[in-house]
Structure formats: C-alpha cells, structure tokens
Design a protein. Structure first.
Length: 276
C-alpha cells in the first residue's frame, strides 16, 4: 500500500518478470493509486526446477489465480508477507486448488497448522526462504530472504514511492526499527536486491533504505511543524503536509499521519536525526 506522493512520470511501468536467481513476478490485475502497477505475486523455485513457493497470491481474481497455477506448477507452500486483501485474498483458494498450506504470521490467514515467525526457514527442495520480521506497515508484516541475497519486502519497501503505516495496526516506531534492521543487512551485503510487494525490483538496496529513513525523518519534521502552527487532528495535518497530493488520497495519508502523531507523542526521542 503506497503512501500518497507526487507521481513519477519518468519511471516506466512495471510488468513483472524474473528477478534474481529464484524469483519470478506475476503482476496481479489490480493497479491503482495505492497498489501502483498492481500486486506483485512472487513465484519462487530453487534450481534446477524444484517445487514452487508462492508469496502473496494477491486479490481474489480467477484469471490471476489461474496464471499463478500455470506458472508455478507444483506448489509446496503459499507464504504471506501480511494479511492485507490485495496480497492475501487469493491465498486460500490458490492453496486449496494446489493442495498446499498457507503460512502467515497472523493465524487468521493460515491454512494448515504451521505459521511463520522471525528466524524460521522454509525449506522446499533446494530453496531456503528465511523469515525476517519487519513489523510497522502492519503488525504482521514479514520479509523473506533468499539465498541470492534478494529480499521480498511486501509493503515494507515499495518499488517506487513510500509505504503507508496503517495505523492503528501499523506502528511508526516498529516501522523505523524494521527499516534500520534492513539497512544493517544491506550495509553488511546480506541484502542486495529488493523484491517489493508493488512496483519494480530495486537493485540498490542500501541507497533505497537510506532514502526511506530520510523520507520518514522529513515527514516527521513536517508533521511537527504542522502541529506547531495549530493543527490538532490527522486531517488538519494532512491538509498542510499533503496539500500537493490529490485529496482523493488523503484518507490513506491520514493513516500515516495518525501513526506519526502517535509516534511523536509516545516514542520519539527528543534528539537525533528526524526523531529517529
């Protein structure tokens, strides 16, 4: 789910396709202001041609489910980065048709007895998928690290723009900690390629994560300034901070602003760059 920002007309449309050594993206047919080119459904397979892992089957669209089944073939497991409908609604039907489980952090989205948690390793034939907890966008947000140092980020990092911290389930404090953790992994070269939940693959992981942290610091400064001039509600802050964004997108912006106001009230340090 993308945070409302100015459009970037210089960026080409993302149409999916292969990424790294293990992943192929099938783009779901749900483009929009909040989903960019559509939801990225990732089909993962270890060399040479093992069983598949499907990450984020997307919305409940029969044509898309059919395309995923054809591309994936023998599916061992479906994994969810988080439970938002544009990522998870097709999971149960896809898994039932494939005869496999759905694993997620939130048990309400699981099919079968196994969930997912920080540090888990999902091993399918010659492929190992490592689970990295990245709460913030939502409480149940996960990322998945592949052996080639590609990281599937769900909505924690997007192919363009920035993500909504979906208050009250999402938490800006948790989100900032997740970004710092991913930045540390990128700085250590444990992560080099970002495979987002929406938008194009990013091959400059460290640069992108630095930009994300800088953007959050800038937004917090803007929110502080709006409050200092008398804004008392999320809507009043949005009217100032997002004045150059189409007002149709303001309700989504209000979610992020609510998370920012909560963070500034409860968690933000009094010193440091951008309050963290």
């Amino acid at each position: 789910m993308s945070e409302p920002d100015k459009a970037s007309p210089d960026r080409p449309l993302w149409r999916g396709g292969p990424a790294g050594s293990y992943a192929r993206c099938l783009l779901a047919p749900n483009p929009g202001p909040m989903t960019l080119d559509g939801t990225n459904t990732w089909v993962l397979r270890g060399p040479p041609s093992g069983r598949a892992v499907v990450v984020d089957p997307g919305p409940l669209d029969q044509a898309h489910i059919g395309a995923v089944l054809r591309e994936a073939g023998d599916i061992a497991v479906v994994l969810l980065t988080h439970g938002h409908a544009d990522h998870a609604d097709a999971a149960r039907e896809l898994a039932e048709r494939a005869g496999c489980p759905v694993r997620a952090l939130d048990r309400t989205h699981r099919l079968g007895s196994e969930g997912l948690a920080e540090g888990d390793v999902v091993a399918v034939d010659d492929l190992e998928v490592r689970v990295v907890a990245t709460p913030g966008h939502t409480a149940d947000s996960l990322s998945f690290l592949l052996p080639d140092r590609s990281l599937l980020t769900g909505d924690t990092v997007l192919g363009r723009g920035t993500t909504v911290v979906a208050h009250p389930d999402g938490s800006l404090g948790a989100y900032l900690r997740s970004l710092r953790r991913l930045r540390d992994l990128a700085e250590a070269a444990d992560v080099t390629l970002l495979l987002p939940g929406h938008g194009a693959v990013l091959d400059n992981a460290l640069e992108i994560l630095d930009q994300y942290l800088a953007h959050r610091a800038q937004r917090l400064d803007q929110v502080r300034a709006a409050v200092a001039t008398g804004a008392t509600s999320s809507r009043e802050v949005v009217e100032q901070v997002y004045a150059d964004v189409d007002s149709v997108l303001w309700p989504a912006a209000e979610l992020s602003v609510a998370a920012q106001l909560t963070y500034l009230r409860d968690e933000a340090p009094t010193t440091g760059p951008g309050g963290g």
